[in-house]
Design a protein around this ligand. Structure first.
Ligand code: FES
Length: 127
């Protein structure tokens, strides 16, 4: 899976929105640091968090077991399979939020915003 990622902090700093249509195009033109925006390949079977760590990135997490929401990402395009998610509410799932510590990329490409733990609705879920 080809993963394109973007740090939520950058979105907030620039006044962008997660659901902007051309968010990733805008980000790719913005000359961002590779910690904040870029691409990597996830191997089959890796969780998204593991894949990011394998490629040298330090994304937020705490429990690594689907029990907090520190590792949450917003999936903008593609699919993350996370069947044992007990933390995110249906509303958050509907809005595309997933847990990167248990979510495995299943689509060919994936666009995610990581570091979304401070978004309203997610902050209350952290244990
Ligand atoms: Fe706690 Fe992923 S690190 S749910």
């Amino acid at each position: 899976t080809r993963v394109e990622y973007l740090n939520y902090e950058v979105i907030a700093d620039h006044g962008w929105e997660i659901d902007d249509d051309d968010l990733f195009e805008t980000a790719s033109d913005a000359d961002l640091d590779t910690d904040d925006y870029g691409m990597f390949l996830a191997e089959p079977g890796e969780t998204l968090l593991e894949a990011a760590e394998q490629r040298g990135f330090a994304w937020p997490f705490a429990c690594r077991g689907g029990a907090c929401a520190n590792c949450a990402v917003a999936v903008v395009e593609g699919e993350l399979d996370s069947t044992v998610d007990n933390v995110l509410t249906d509303d958050l799932l509907d809005r595309g939020f997933r847990l990167s510590c248990i979510g495995r990329p299943v689509s060919e490409t994936l666009r995610v915003v990581y570091n979304v733990k401070h978004l309203p609705g997610l902050e209350d879920l952290r244990l």
